[in-house]
Design a protein around this ligand. Structure first.
Ligand SMILES: Nc1ncnc2c1ncn2[C@@H]1O[C@H](COP(=O)(O)OP(=O)(O)OP(=O)(O)O)[C@@H](O)[C@H]1O
Length: 927
């Protein structure tokens, strides 16, 4: 697609000639300021009036105004869109004596442009022609084609596959607030592409964490709520969704019940019993969806309460643990990408939401482990089943598109294949030895798929079908006798035309005579220019009526051809109408099974996730964790799931497994707190994170990277690793660190897991040490949670003498010829030093700086603080330093290198030389 060189098709209707010219002083358009200035003179053209009218009722949206084969944008919209899309800004006509800025995108490529605009945070109103321009012309040559906005495209209301990420849900969330004293909130979030709908109510304190879990791409709020959440900083850090402020009426809790009843009928009873604020949030979401879809009915499912028993993971922890994305916003390198062995898009989506929301109910977690266990224990069944699952299409999104009138025959075939695959999967699953309850439930759902619907679809549709119903030719021969008749007529007519051409050649004696077709003339007879006169003279001019003379050819019409033409046109129009009717009937039949098909889609996604987790456990040698309601946290040979794979892929040394035991000892009730010291780069952060990740993996239902794991259900995980500043909210690095530490100390419970890395490092040493000290004491004495605390403040290790559940651990290193070798092993005890200077040396700090640092360190270690400055001042500065002695070089090696003239080397000689040099170097090392 060539964005910059869009060639405009001639618009097909009312605006061929400078259509916007002479327009007048209208109009209530908020964005098009140019249009609001009045000269009090001319009247708008009818089309201008229509444009402004539509524009005025869709404020805040870029208006895609359909003109023939293009969507055109005018005024400010054109300027914004042309900049955003990198397409040419031109002008069309004048308004109030000024050129009207305009840009356009071809209809066939509109999806790509929409995607770009939505990603940039814009909202688009799609305005279509609601009648054939020919119809409009019948009302008079100046009449305007009827147009209307058929859809408002926003980030949270997308349904097309190419606008969506197949492996992530796209949630639209609505937030309602009640302020009786403290503010309370309810969130309803829905993915309209899959019909899923959930709700939850939260306090102001929990709001940011819930939004961080849901990650809505669009959040609808009233103006009052927007003000409140912004003033109180309640949006999660790095909130990437669009905030869509809506009139407060759509949150009206009085009207909510009616909205719910009309959407869910009798099924609404359960939701009507929910609190006022929850009803308001759900109704607001539904109203907004109806408004954006302009009457098309989204197959929304009955809203479900988002699990009550979910592990709480706040926004900062999600970022620090890189659950779905890395800190750089990439999916590669995050936990999800590493764990994702799913073979279907719906499976990947479910995996994402499970990672985002691990469970807190030991029985439910164990049930998931049981299901995964069936697949781990049957590797052959797992691989056969997954090969079959791979061919399952993403039917739930297709179903929504069909419901909204955006789907075609291919969506229908996809539904058929899913039903067929489901039946085959039942066969595969029955090969499992004694499938547990959860898998048994899946088997039952797969068994009860609407196979009759698959037969209907197969009987009706060809195996190869076009994307859109209007393209026609998708109904199978033999399905509808009338359709077959019209098709035969069209085919026969073509044969008749071939015969006609032969007859005309005979009758005229012109062998080169041809019957041809184009869109302007329809069927016509064409002869080379040299024969034109013959047909235009008596007697042939009685049969051949002249239509067109071209440079090389002359074209004619005949009565027979005209008759045939109308027969063929009629036949193909009739065939198309029948096909569209059949499509509509089949669509209704499919939609009548919506609930069953959604259930099937859910079961297929669950089967994919469960077997994928089985596959992951087999491939990565994970173990099944034991989960109960104790305060245990005992991990044997734990590994970091992501770092382990990265090291594997890089072909580097393999990951060193480490134990972690935070379980209460003896008579204790509370878990333990490990203080971890050790060198920089020793693996402290990795160890901390791996344990938090193991907890999350276990509670989302996965096996874990360890040889054994026993975890008492963790209600909240907190992880703070390092600190970053939050300039957007006006907080410095240290301030962020303290706000987050405060959140942990205030919110962690005895059932939480807290992972803190280098708390207090962002300020002066003694302040930092004191804060870290007090934080450890508070976690131990007040919270009593299980915790891992990494620090470079070695003084903290003294706490283990006073606090009975605190113990000291260290990352082992070995020193070798002045360098440090990291063993990545966690051992009991305390590190004697941080090896910061050795790490700096490894990082490539200039030698003279490293040496100077070592000297300063020696002084610092020997003296009391007060003497430090004086002591350091006595040291010679860099300028006075002796030059660093050069390492003794190997003479033979050097001699050989000196002899080399690279210009004379062929590639072959160069490689031989490399071998020779390597040998020389090895000899030197052995000496
Ligand atoms: N158990 C392990 N096995 C193998 N390699 C490891 C292991 N742990 C860490 N590493 C490697 O060591 C590197 C440094 O680890 P990490 O960042 O955890 O160190 P650190 O002690 O937290 O350092 P700092 O104190 O400087 O933040 C990691 O990037 C990883 O490649």
């Amino acid at each position: 697609m060539n964005d910059k060189n869009i060639q405009y098709a001639q618009p097909s209707d009312d605006i061929q000639q400078t259509p916007l010219e002479g327009a007048a002083p209208i109009v209530a358009d908020q964005k098009s300021k140019k249009a609001t200035k009045s000269n009090g003179a001319a009247q708008p053209t009818p089309m201008m009036a229509q444009f402004f009218e539509i524009r005025a009722v869709n404020p805040g949206y870029l208006l895609f105004y359909r003109m023939g084969d293009f969507y055109e944008l005018f005024f400010d919209d054109a300027e914004i869109a042309s900049r955003a899309l990198g397409i040419a800004l031109t002008k069309r006509g004048k308004h109030l004596d000024q050129d009207i800025p305009m840009c356009g995108v071809p209809v066939h490529a509109a999806q790509d442009y929409l995607k770009k605009l939505i990603a940039l945070g814009h909202r688009v109103a799609v305005c279509e022609q609601m009648e054939d321009p020919a119809e409009a012309k019948k009302r008079g040559s100046k009449s305007v084609v009827k147009r209307d906005v058929v859809r408002l495209v926003t980030a949270g209301t997308l349904t097309e596959d190419d606008l969506l990420d197949s492996s992530a849900n796209n949630y639209l969330a609505s937030l309602s607030m009640i302020q009786h004293g403290d503010a309370d909130f309810a969130i309803c979030y829905t993915d309209i592409s899959t019909g899923e709908m959930f709700f939850t109510d939260v306090s102001a304190e929990q709001l940011s964490d819930e939004l961080a879990r849901i990650e809505p791409t669009e959040l609808i709020v009233s103006e009052q709520t927007q003000r409140y959440i912004e003033q109180n900083n309640l949006l999660p850090i790095a909130f990437a969704g669009q905030l869509a402020v809506q009139p407060s009426e759509i949150f009206n809790s009085e009207a909510a019940s009616d909205v719910l009843k009309s959407s869910f009928g009798e099924d609404a009873q359960g939701i009507l019993g929910q609190s006022r604020i929850v009803r308001s949030a759900i109704a607001a979401a539904i109203t907004y969806i109806q408004e954006t879809q302009k009457g098309a009915k989204v197959p929304l499912r009955l809203p479900q309460r988002a699990g009550d028993k979910l592990m709480q993971i706040d926004a900062a922890t999600r970022m620090s643990l890189e659950l779905l994305r890395t800190n750089r916003g990439e999916t590669k390198g995050a936990l999800r990408a590493t764990m994702d062995k799913c073979v279907t898009a719906a499976g990947s989506r479910l995996l994402s939401s499970r990672i985002s929301a691990p469970l807190c109910d030991a029985a439910a977690i164990t049930e998931r482990h049981n299901m995964v266990g069936d697949f781990v224990g049957n590797s052959l069944v797992t691989s056969l089943l997954r090969a079959k699952l791979k061919s399952t299409p993403d039917i739930v999104r297709g179903l929504t598109r069909l419901a909204l009138g955006r789907g075609g025959p291919r969506e229908m075939l996809a539904i058929r294949s899913a039903i067929q695959v489901a039946a085959e999967l039942v066969g595969e699953m029955s090969a499992l030895d004694l499938p547990n309850e959860g898998n048994q439930r899946l088997i039952e759902i797969l068994q009860s798929t609407p196979t009759d619907l698959a037969h209907e679809i197969s009987g009706c549709l060809k195996d190869e079908v076009p994307l859109l119903p209007r393209d026609g030719g998708f109904v199978r021969e033999g399905f509808d006798a009338e359709l077959d008749e019209f098709r035969t007529l069209a085919t026969q007519s073509r044969q008749i035309i071939a015969a006609l051409q032969a007859r005309y050649a005979d009758e005229t004696g012109i062998k080169a005579i041809k019957v041809k077709h184009n869109n302007v003339l329809g069927y016509f007879v064409e002869v080379p220019a040299s024969h034109g006169n013959k047909l235009m003279a008596e007697p042939l001019n009685q049969t051949f009526i002249h239509r067109q003379t071209l440079a090389n050819a002359v074209r004619f019409n005949t009565a027979e051809l005209s008759e045939l033409q109308s027969k063929i046109t009629h036949a193909s129009d009739a065939a198309q109408a029948i096909e569209l009717r059949i499509f509509e009937e089949l669509r209704n039949q499919i939609l009548s099974k919506t609930a069953k098909l959604q259930k099937l889609a859910d079961a297929l996604a669950e089967l994919d996730v469960t077997s994928a987790l089985g596959q992951l456990a087999l491939e990565q040698n994970y173990c099944r964790p034991k989960i109960d309601n104790s305060n245990a946290f005992e991990i044997k040979d734990g590994r970091h799931p992501v770092v382990e794979v990265m090291l594997e892929q890089a072909g580097q040394t393999s990951f060193v497994a480490n134990d972690c035991d935070l379980s209460p000892q003896g008579e204790q009730k509370n878990g333990a707190l490990w203080l971890i010291t050790g060198p920089n780069m020793g693996g402290k952060s990795t160890f901390l994170r791996q344990n938090a990740l193991i907890a999350i993996m276990a509670q989302m239902g996965s096996f874990v990277p360890a040889s054994s794991a026993h975890i008492g259900v963790i209600d909240r995980v907190f992880s703070r690793v390092g600190a970053a500043d939050d300039i957007a909210h006006g907080r410095s690095t240290f301030m962020v660190e303290m706000v987050e530490t405060a959140a942990i100390l205030n919110r962690a419970t005895a059932a939480s897991l807290v992972v803190l890395d280098e708390i207090g490092r962002g300020t002066a040493t003694f302040d930092g040490l004191s804060i870290a000290w007090a934080a450890v004491e508070a976690l131990h004495e007040n919270t009593g949670c299980r915790a891992l605390f990494a620090t470079h403040y070695h003084e903290l290790t003294a706490l283990s003498d006073r606090l009975d559940r605190v113990s000291n651990h260290t990352m082992k290193v070995r020193e070798w010829e002045g360098d440090v070798v990291f063993l990545h092993e966690v051992a009991n005890g305390t590190a004697d030093r941080s090896y910061g200077i050795q790490v700096a040396k490894l990082a490539g700090l200039p030698t003279h700086v490293v040496e100077r640092a070592q000297e300063v360190l020696d002084i610092l270690e020997k003296r009391e603080t007060a003497d430090v400055a004086a002591g350091v001042a006595q040291l010679p500065l860099f300028a006075e330093r002796r030059p660093t002695p050069k390492p003794k070089s190997d003479d033979a090696l050097k001699k050989r290198v000196d002899q080399i003239n690279p210009d004379e080397l062929t590639p072959r000689m160069a490689i031989d030389l490399l071998y020779e040099l390597k040998k020389l170097s090895q000899k030197h090392a052995e000496r």
